[in-house]
Design a protein around this ligand. Structure first.
Ligand SMILES: [Zn+2]
Length: 354
């Protein structure tokens, strides 16, 4: 029998987050878990960071079930009779959840080099991804979360895909590399002005992730996409992951068990990991900064950050590196190709800093 002590609490926290994510989608799996009272008390685990907690289709469900089982059968300071009732209850639910999990499995992974859709925008545009390479370590290059306002980041990721198709030998054997040129296709279709930075609900997608500092009002560089005030009411969305685009990003990262993300922005010139740094992504971000010459900024002080993609990635155990290009026209290809290749090499080589 599994016991709670055999499961790292950090991993349980990661899966608790996934369970909450599933709850937000009102999946039958989670509805059943909630009805059975099996949602682990996230508050008890808050503050623990996840380490390597990735959740993909079957493997994820098995781990969630194991976590739930352990939680149910190893409560501290309860009576034996109550434990037996909870145990029987847990067994029934676990069988049902397992059946649902089996029927709910995703299909086989897409072939390398085949574009596939990971979600849809508010206006129904597809968000597309493609994988090259077949190694166990998974890196994703993601562009244009700020739509047409930072359209050159879509060009950069698309150019990287074209390059690696022509140079497959440049991808280390141990790596799979995913390319998502735009995560905000409605913004990308909306021109190149400030209003093209948001999704079709007017939400800043990079302020819509579930983090402890999420806020419905959000903030940005004065004179940048946030205009002269540097503030935008409601741009964090009505709730974390309220937008189909951020839901698609979340499900892609967790579903494909992505280990590291290079997320591209433009117009500020910086490299960051989670705000405050001191995470496994920081050495990679510093390496990218050294190669590109863009400054690594450990803690952002220019304005208040809320609900950021990088901070959510760090919380779910994925190394997030945000690269902000110097302007909104050029892709600075030579420097960024060198940085991508350096990150690939670092991820390929296990050891400190990776
Ligand atoms: Zn941006």
């Amino acid at each position: 029998m599994l016991t709670q002590s055999r499961l790292p609490l950090a991993a349980l926290e990661a899966h608790t987050r996934c369970l909450r994510a599933m709850a937000a989608e009102r999946t039958p799996l989670t509805r059943l878990a909630k009805l059975a009272g099996l949602s682990p008390p996230g508050a008890r685990l808050r503050g623990l960071s996840a380490s390597g907690g990735h959740c993909a289709a079957t493997a994820h469900r098995v781990r969630v079930l194991r976590a739930l089982w352990a939680f149910r059968l190893a409560p501290a300071g309860r009576g034996r009779a109550a434990a037996r009732v909870r145990g029987a209850h847990g067994c029934l639910v676990i069988v049902l959840l397992g059946l649902l999990g089996l029927f709910g499995q995703a299909g086989p992974p897409p072939e390398a080099g085949t574009w596939y859709t990971i979600g849809q925008s508010v206006e129904g545009r597809p968000i597309q991804a493609v994988r090259l390479g077949g190694g166990p370590v998974r890196l994703a290059l993601m562009g244009s979360i700020h739509g047409g306002w930072e359209a050159n980041t879509q060009t950069l990721v698309q150019t990287a895909y074209t390059f690696f198709v022509a140079h497959p030998e440049a991808i280390p054997d141990g790596l799979s590399v995913y390319f998502v040129p735009t995560t905000n296709p409605d913004g990308l279709a909306a021109g190149s002005g400030r209003d093209a930075a948001w999704n079709a609900h007017g939400v800043d997608l990079n302020r819509n992730f579930e983090t402890p500092n999420w806020s419905t009002d959000s903030f940005g560089q004065v004179g940048g996409r946030y205009g002269p005030s540097g503030t935008r009411a409601g741009a964090g969305g009505p709730a974390p992951f309220s937008e189909p685009e951020t839901q698609a990003i979340r499900d892609f990262v967790l579903g494909e068990r992505i280990d590291a993300v290079l997320s591209y922005h433009s117009g500020i010139v910086s490299v960051t990991s989670r705000d405050g740094g001191d995470d496994p992504a920081q050495p990679l971000a510093e390496q990218v900064a050294a190669i590109t010459g863009y400054p690594y900024i450990k803690t952002w002080t220019a304005y208040r950050l809320t609900g950021q993609f990088m901070d959510w990635l760090s919380a779910v155990g994925c190394k997030g590196i945000e690269v902000d290009l110097p302007n909104q026209q050029d892709i600075d290809w030579d420097k960024n190709l060198a940085a991508i290749e350096a990150v690939m090499a670092a991820l390929q080589a296990p050891g400190p800093g990776t």
